[in-house]
Design a protein around this ligand. Structure first.
Ligand code: GGG
Length: 358
């Protein structure tokens, strides 16, 4: 008799639609586990951290939160941000604290075009569009360096400095990650994105590191593109993209653009990886907490369910991850879609349809 594999997963729905999409993802994963005939199961522990927790405790998560999470094999996250808490406090108090505390330095955000979804980019004669944004997730513009001089407050003379941190180690590891990923793809190409004409220190270090690392991958095509030009390329020549690697801020913006071009932010999945596996990795939809539709049962669960497929891959359940990816495609292909992508289905309808297609 083979023994059952049990995976300890920390669920952090956090704010707004986070609760709805994490519930959807958990339902789908539990259905997959049930269909495995007992081969594997998930042991979920849910943490009530987020903006409501902040209202009660004055912090987004407890001081020993990272120590608590360290014992889990993965973290399944919803979304952070709510109008009652300043965005920089909620983001730094939860999502960035986990990403940086657990050195989840690689944030993988595919731009995936699903069957049946109307996209501003897809034309009738299009070849497959499909690329991945690889986001440096530990430093760059989100290093949290800087300060505000409040001494002149009220007189219109306040000064704030926000620095970006670029280390050669940080640049090299994310660029190598992008090259390794490119080698697994049909189109072996890495596009590196900076604004090094204007940001002449950190981003020139990034460009220099990119050139040096690229010489180890002669089988992979390369290009270095400024972020403004890359934004235009996303819209005008997406067929020329495969792996796009960029700093924390640039990739954050580009991945939202990519998700919108693929049809909706609600579709986009992501993985925050600690590739060395010293710490748990975290899987979350790209979208935020969407206060305008939270609690109405109409948010799109596909970004979160796609992130659950990433988590399955990370846990070694590769066949199940592929099966879940196909079930998502079958669901949108059959026209079962939430209003953000032109459908009339509810979150629960889409979740059930994915389960039915497993
Ligand atoms: N699920 C992703 C999420 O909650 N995003 C909210 C947000 O503000 N993110 C900023 C970031 O990705 O750094």
């Amino acid at each position: 008799m083979t023994s059952q594999r049990r995976f300890r997963i920390a669920a952090i729905p956090a704010d707004g639609v986070g609760a709805e999409v994490v519930a959807a993802g958990r339902t789908v994963l539990d259905a997959l586990a049930a269909a495995s005939g007992g081969a594997f199961a998930f042991d979920w522990t849910e943490f009530p951290w987020g903006s409501d927790y902040y209202a009660e405790h004055g912090v987004m998560m407890p001081d020993d939160g990272l120590a608590t999470l360290q014992d889990f094999e993965a973290i399944y996250f919803g979304a952070v941000g709510w109008p009652t808490v300043p965005d920089h406090i909620s983001l730094w108090g939860l999502r960035l604290r986990i990403c940086q505390g657990f050195d989840q330095w690689a944030n993988v955000r595919p731009v995936h075009f699903l069957p049946g979804v109307v996209s501003p980019l897809r034309k009738a004669d299009d070849t497959e569009l499909d690329w991945v944004v690889v986001r440096e997730n530990s430093e760059g513009e989100y290093a949290g360096l800087g300060g505000r001089n409040l001494s002149a407050r009220g007189a219109g003379g306040e000064v704030a400095v926000q620095s970006a941190l670029f280390t050669e180690v940080g640049c090299e590891r994310i660029i190598r990650f992008a090259f390794e990923l490119a080698r697994t793809r049909a189109r072996k190409k890495v596009s590196s994105v900076t604004k090094s004409n204007a940001q002449q220190y950190g981003m020139v270090l990034w460009d220099d590191t990119f050139r040096r690392v690229a010489s180890d991958y002669p089988d992979v095509e390369t290009e270095s593109v400024l972020v403004d030009a890359m934004s235009a390329k996303f819209v005008l020549h997406p067929e020329d993209l495969s792996v796009v690697v960029a700093s924390n801020l640039n990739a954050d913006i580009l991945s939202d653009l990519g998700s919108a071009l693929a049809g909706s932010l609600g579709l986009a999945a992501s993985a925050n990886l600690n590739p060395e596996r010293r710490y748990p990795s975290m899987f979350e939809p790209v979208h935020g907490s969407a206060p305008d539709i939270a609690g109405r049962g109409v948010c799109n669960p596909i970004g979160a369910v796609g992130s659950a497929a990433f988590m399955l891959d990370h846990l070694g359940l590769h066949d199940e991850a592929a099966r879940l990816g196909k079930a998502i495609e079958a669901t949108t292909g059959a026209g079962v879609m939430t209003p953000d992508v032109g459908g009339t289905a509810t979150t629960a309808d889409v979740t059930q349809a994915i389960i039915d297609h497993l």
